[in-house]
Design a protein. Structure first.
Length: 202
């Protein structure tokens, strides 16, 4: 028989792991969008291409993962499963698009930068202009970040039914009387208490 305090600690840990994984994966993907993914050699110039320039939807996807991590901490059971599916889709898209650049870099990934530098547009014309492409580690790093977001979604699917329901510990205007006093607090519980004006150390 599992003790109530241990069950509460396990559920809090499951929620914290999912939120933290989505947050870290989204933050790393967002950082990756600002870094140089590759350099394209055009005539006498070497043009750096950032993640957001190589994959135009990378930054919105990373921001979606960050937003998802914040919402995941407070929603009810049904929405946890919805957000888990969204996390898998968003993380999978980040990884897939990043791996396409990491494994098969092409002139098209630098098209926006080359067009800005030369005024020439069109995939065929840009392919003729680009003399060489050199990769950095960031496409692979960002692909790994996407997999962390996917893992957060899978973990949520596996553990969401054991998470403590948001707001369950509050009764009669937000008191903490409804919570097992012996149950340990996690970081999200403490933040909730502070936002309600309660002292989480009592």
């Amino acid at each position: 028989m599992t003790a109530p305090g241990r069950t509460t600690a396990t559920s809090a840990r499951g929620r914290s792991i999912a939120v933290l994984a989505a947050l870290v994966g989204g933050a790393l993907a967002l950082i990756g969008s600002t870094q140089t993914w590759l350099t394209a050699s055009v005539a006498e110039a070497v043009l750096p291409v950032s993640g957001a320039e190589a994959v135009s939807v990378l930054r919105p996807l990373a921001l979606a993962a960050l937003a998802l991590s914040l919402v995941l901490a407070i929603v009810g059971l049904a929405l946890r499963y919805v957000l888990a599916a969204v996390a898998i889709a968003v993380g999978g898209a980040i990884s897939w698009l990043s791996l396409n650049v990491a494994l098969a870099p092409s002139a098209s990934a630098a098209s926006s930068v080359v067009t800005e530098h030369t005024g020439i547009a069109g995939d065929a014309a840009i392919a003729d202009l680009v003399q060489g492409i050199a990769l950095t580690p960031w496409p692979a790093t960002t692909a790994a970040a996407g997999m962390v977001v996917v893992a957060a979604g899978v973990w949520t699917f596996a553990t969401a039914h054991r998470w403590k329901r948001s707001g369950r510990k509050y009764e009669k205007g937000g008191s903490r009387a409804g919570r097992d006093e012996a149950a340990p607090l996690d970081a999200i519980d403490s933040w909730d208490d502070l936002s309600r004006g309660d002292d989480p150390t009592r």
